[in-house]
Design a protein around this ligand. Structure first.
Ligand SMILES: *Cc1c(COP(=O)(O)O)cnc(C)c1O
Length: 424
């Protein structure tokens, strides 16, 4: 159904109802940005809203908390309501707060209640290091040895995790499960519904790390019965470097005491009573800790407008088509150069990026950058390519693969060292 020609890529762009959104982003001339899975690009709306909030500070000073277009006091909850639509949650189940890792700490501090022989946390051996560091340190805070109490489900192929293996590991020693929705390296999308259901049936609380899916894939966190979830907003959500993250807590847990309390988790009516007895909000807002990082939230106001206009389902549909086209082109044009596609092929098991493996991945990435194509390298051999629906066209996808072919043909990648830089 695809063709490996520029004319065909152009035709796909003409049929693409989202193509107009590319203009909403700052993209350098002659650059193709395939790294939105690490840091999403700046949109004009994000810039505008950041300036708007800066201006409220300039104009209102302290009164900016309750004045201006986006009063800061309610911003985390108001944006949470909007993000809730993207992740399939009720409006009060999501709040925009913290960072991925601090939110994980908060949620584990809240939901990990070791008792009797139920003392273990179940994770997987391919998860992002920060998540694992957080889980280990939470175990230590309980006086538990991570070597014994952190179970990491093994991968059968070094790239993916089998749902059967996760479910089999849900023994009566497990007190909490934390897993990624999409694996950051291979781009595998786990069957969230099946795994969550199994955890629910065994009465084990389960939380999902949505860093690599929120903004790329619609979720149904409420309906599938996830206990909690957390994610960053600087990847597919385009909220800018270090932009404030998000968390979901299922409404069945409203009223539980946050593991890490702070005054911004208060019932908003009571917060400024300044009592020493904490009255948590009866929403996911209870899991906030301190004063929101307003300037790092502001870009999200603009970015969310774009998500509302484009629609999460349409974004996913285009992303699937673009990753499918990318895989097709790799097979058609790069079959002579020892590349392996490391991500699962089926739509239901694929995230927003393609995982291209090659022995010389680091050199190839450097050569691509010098050709104006921004990939993402993950040691030792992974090139991640994310054709983000908002700002990567089908012609960009075609151009990317054609450029890889050129680099391989003329062997120009060999002039670069095959080792990673400081970042990636
Ligand atoms: C990006 C990412 C993080 C980053 O965490 P921060 O607290 O934002 O630095 C953590 N976990 C996963 C799975 C990620 O993809």
């Amino acid at each position: 159904m695809f063709e490996a020609t520029e004319t065909f890529a152009k035709k796909l762009d003409e049929q693409d109802s989202l193509s107009k959104f590319k203009n909403e982003f700052y993209i350098k001339d002659n650059q193709i940005y395939m790294d939105g899975n690490s840091l999403g690009l700046m949109s004009k709306r994000a810039e505008e809203k950041l300036l708007n909030v800066m201006n409220a500070w300039k104009e209102f000073g302290i009164d900016g908390w309750t004045s201006g277009d986006h009063p800061w006091f309610y911003l985390s909850e108001n944006l949470g309501e909007k993000v809730a639509k993207l992740v399939g949650a009720k409006p009060e189940e999501v709040v925009v707060t913290g960072s991925t890792t601090t939110n994980l700490h908060q949620l584990v501090a809240t939901f990990f209640k070791p008792e009797g022989k139920r003392t273990k946390i179940l994770a997987d051996e391919l998860n992002f290091p920060s998540d694992i560091y957080a889980l280990k340190s939470q175990l230590k805070l309980h006086g538990l040895d991570p070597d014994e109490h952190l179970i990491r489900v093994k991968s059968r192929d070094g790239r993916t995790i089998h749902e059967d293996d996760i479910i089999e590991a849900m023994t009566d020693e497990v007190a909490l499960i934390v897993l990624p929705t999409v694996l950051y390296r291979s781009g595998q999308l786990l069957d969230l519904k099946r795994v969550t259901q199994a955890a629910n049936e065994k009465g084990i609380p389960i939380g999902w790390d949505g860093c690599h899916s929120v903004g790329a894939i619609p979720h149904d966190f409420h309906k599938i019965g996830a206990d909690f979830a957390y994610w960053c907003h600087y990847k597919y959500m385009n909220n800018g470097p270090g932009g404030v993250a998000g968390l979901f807590v299922h409404e069945k847990h409203f009223g539980v005491e946050p593991g890490l309390s702070g005054w911004f988790g208060s019932d908003k009516q009571k917060q400024f009573d300044m009592e020493h007895d904490f009255t948590p909000a009866d929403t996911a807002g209870a899991f906030q800790i301190g004063t929101p990082h307003v300037l790092s939230v502001a870009p999200l106001i603009g970015s969310l407008e774009l998500f509302e206009e484009a629609g999460m389902d349409r974004l996913r549909e285009k992303s699937l088509k673009a990753t499918a086209y990318l895989m097709y082109l790799v097979e058609e044009l790069l079959s002579d150069y020892n590349f392996t596609i490391g991500n699962p092929r089926e739509d239901a098991h694929r995230g927003g990026h393609v995982c291209l493996e090659h022995k010389e991945a680091a050199s190839i990435c450097k050569a691509l950058k010098d050709h104006g194509i921004i990939p993402d390298f993950r040691s030792p051999n992974v090139i991640r390519l994310a054709p983000v629906a908002f700002y990567v066209s089908f012609q960009d996808v075609y151009q990317t693969v054609l450029t890889i072919k050129k680099i391989m043909d003329d062997e120009s990648y060999k002039t670069y060292k095959n080792e990673r830089g400081i970042i990636a």
